[in-house]
Design a protein around this ligand. Structure first.
Ligand code: PSV
Ligand code: MN
Length: 426
């Protein structure tokens, strides 16, 4: 299923006048305060976020999964769904595949399909957190950290296979997230597990093509509940340094213990040139994978403040790979992703409005109140007219959720795929 530009144009007509009034008003106000509105719009248009192939179906928990009608049941259909999101929002110009859930059968056809939707292939993700059919060794007690040479060798080879698959699609990075750890004290020797992980990552790193990056994701707990081998940004950073210049840390917003200062982690990694990838989501308790910005939007804004500062001031840090890593059990997955994309753009736009020069002066003068005023002035600005304008100019929808509903996209997908289609993934 594809949406034509003219269909979006027709839907936009109803909201055009109200949008113009709102945009003109905000534009004048921001210009009076010395904000370069055109530069902000251009940055918003360039900010593209990859959609993970596993978030297009309904999410689930270990207690069950309630499917959603019209889910994509093939890689082709998943790419079509990302195409729909991109057509409406103009900010979802990439897809991130998880192997072996998404191995293409015809690479040329898949590449053509993606490019017909103007979609690129972002990082490819390996999966050593589940045993796969036909493999001889189990990951029950770890993959890259496993005591067994055979399990480690299998996990290393899987990651190399993922690089090869990604290479054929035009991906330029591999994301490694390990579930490895222990559920009980005494189960595993911390030092041996870490050493094996480091050695295994180095083996994978050797196979990275010259222009590729490797992202090492960390997470404090789950599925193991006593210890995780790559538990925090420090462990990931250390391993990335051991591997070399093409290895980076990946920050997933849900992978922190409650109240961690994630913005400070971002700043530290960017100063050291090691923030490679970013997974957006939100959480109340743990790795809840909720819609971005649905629980702690101010924290997201503060994180974006550091990202914007780092992108402007840290040439040693490469441009990070952005991805949404969220899923929801009770919403239409596509509507959920539209909400996440909107929240990301909103936080980014607000961070772009921060008067960095004034902030620096206030910091030097130890004017703590002014520092807070500067941040909160930007945060309290309703930037949605900027987002709408950025989309409108490139053919996107003024109100993506409304357009999605009035164009009856889910109904169309159900007609095409039926009610019982099931998406692969968690
Ligand atoms: C693990 O919780 C994670 O954040 C990793 O990025 C995985 O690849 C993804 O979620 C799987 O859902
Ligand atoms: Mn993640």
């Amino acid at each position: 299923m594809k949406i034509e530009k003219s269909q979006i144009g027709d839907v936009n007509k109803a909201a055009a006048i109200v949008h113009k009034e709102g945009f003109d008003f905000l534009g004048h106000t921001l210009t009076r305060n010395n904000t370069n509105v055109e530069a902000v719009i251009e940055k918003l248009q360039k900010f593209q976020v990859a959609i993970p192939s596993w978030a297009l179906g309904a999410g689930g928990t270990r207690f069950g999964r309630f499917g959603f009608y019209g889910e994509p049941s093939s890689l082709e259909q998943k790419i079509d769904d990302v195409g729909l999101l991109h057509a409406l929002t103009k900010t979802a110009g990439a897809v991130s595949l998880h192997i072996p859930w998404d191995v293409p059968s015809d690479y040329t056809a898949i590449k053509e399909l993606a490019s017909s939707h103007e979609i690129l292939f972002d990082a490819v993700n390996s999966n050593t957190f589940q045993d796969q059919k036909g493999t001889s060794n189990s990951y029950k007690f770890g993959s890259l950290s496993n005591q067994s040479n055979d399990s480690r060798a299998q996990a290393i080879q899987h990651n190399i296979d993922v690089i090869n698959i990604g290479n054929k699609l035009g991906s330029k990075s591999l994301t490694v997230w390990l579930a490895d750890g222990a559920c009980f004290p005494g189960q595993s020797n911390f030092q041996t597990a870490l050493q094996h992980t480091q050695d295994s990552l180095k083996e994978i790193y050797k196979e990275l093509p010259e222009d590729w990056k490797m992202f090492i994701e960390y997470k404090p707990y789950e599925p193991n509940f006593y210890s995780t081998v790559i538990q925090d940004w420090g462990t990931s950073f250390m391993l990335a340094n051991e591997c070399g210049d093409k290895a980076f840390t990946l920050v997933d917003l849900g992978h922190h213990l409650p109240n961690s200062n994630i913005e400070q982690i971002v700043a530290t990694l960017m100063l050291k040139g090691k923030l490679g990838g970013f997974h957006f989501n939100d959480s109340k308790y743990g790795d809840d994978d909720l819609t971005v910005g649905s629980i702690k939007p101010y924290a997201l804004f503060l994180i974006f403040n550091e990202l914007v500062y780092g992108m402007d001031n840290n040439p040693q840090n490469p441009y990070p790979a952005w991805m949404i890593d969220a899923s929801h059990n009770v919403k239409d997955p596509l509507e959920d992703l539209i909400q996440s994309l909107e929240a990301i753009q909103e936080a980014y736009a607000k961070a772009l409005l921060i008067d960095q020069k004034a902030l620096k002066i206030a910091q030097q003068e130890h004017d703590v109140v002014k520092c807070q005023e500067i941040l909160q002035n930007a945060y309290r600005t309703d930037v949605r007219p900027l987002l709408r304008e950025a989309r409108l100019r490139v053919g996107g929808a003024l109100e993506p959720i409304q357009a999605y509903r009035s164009l009856k996209i889910r109904e169309g997908l159900i007609k095409e795929r039926g009610k019982n289609s099931i998406a692969t993934g968690l």
